[in-house]
Design a protein around this ligand. Structure first.
Ligand code: ADP
Ligand code: MG
Length: 217
């Protein structure tokens, strides 16, 4: 599903990624762990086409990402990639269901089809009674589940999650972790998750250790 080859990233003088190689199979749930500042978020942003590598190659679903073709990359991202961040980044003036719909609208899909799928996803994630609530009327766990539904609205090939439960208490964190595995079971959904949560890392199919811009064994 994803292959990254010899990924390097420089920020001015700072060498953040120093030749990362990575392969993720379809339906795999892999965790990236490592100290703060080791380059985990930078790597995830590059793999998710939100940022460009200074050097190296990323292939997703058999397609090589041409990082210089901005519009093409944005279209690819809209259709094939989902993101969940530590903070939900839901838009406060939109309802739960509208927030979930937004990436579907951006991908140019039919409004009705997107709305139906959004409701279906939210119901599946236990938020059927919260469809019309705005984010500030939802609990932290609920907000993060809305963010997961939003990540899934376009049936992405892969979902990248950057410390998705970093802001949740342990009960809500556990629930969200379980959700990832349920989604894998149901859709064979692929996940690459940066986490400091030991329990989630241990549950995942594979733990990738990152240190000082490199994958270590
Ligand atoms: P992690 O997610 O593992 O904590 P990051 O990928 O966020 O690590 O950061 C790795 C290093 O890159 C840090 O030293 C950070 O300060 C630096 N860095 C991250 N983003 C930028 C940026 N946009 N400009 C300059 N330096 C950055
Ligand atoms: Mg980070």
């Amino acid at each position: 599903m994803l292959t990254a080859t010899n990924i390097h990233k420089y920020y001015d003088q700072l060498w953040v990624l120093k030749g990362v190689d990575l392969t993720i199979k379809q339906g795999e749930i892999a965790s990236i762990v490592g100290p703060s500042g080791s380059g985990k978020s930078t790597l995830l942003h590059i793999l998710g086409t939100l940022d460009q590598p200074s050097k190296g190659e990323v292939m997703i679903n058999g397609q090589k990402i041409n990082f210089f073709a901005d519009k093409q990359v944005a279209a690819f991202r809209n259709h094939h990639i989902g993101f969940v961040f530590q903070f939900h980044h839901l838009l406060p003036e939109f309802t739960a269901v509208e927030n979930v719909c937004i990436p579907g609208w951006m991908a140019g899909r039919k409004k009705k089809e997107v709305a139906e799928r959004a409701v279906q996803l939210l119901e599946m994630l236990g938020l059927g009674s919260r469809l019309e609530n705005k984010p500030n009327a939802l609990s932290g766990g609920e907000q993060q589940r809305v963010a997961v539904a939003r990540a899934l609205i376009n049936n992405p090939k892969i979902v990248f999650a950057d410390e998705p439960t970093g802001n949740l208490d342990s009960a809500n964190a556990r629930e969200l972790h379980q959700l990832f595995f349920d989604l894998r079971k149901q859709f064979n959904q692929t996940f690459l998750i940066v986490t400091h949560n030991e329990e989630l890392a241990q549950m995942s199919d594979r733990i990738l250790h990152m240190r000082d811009g490199k994958m270590v064994i």
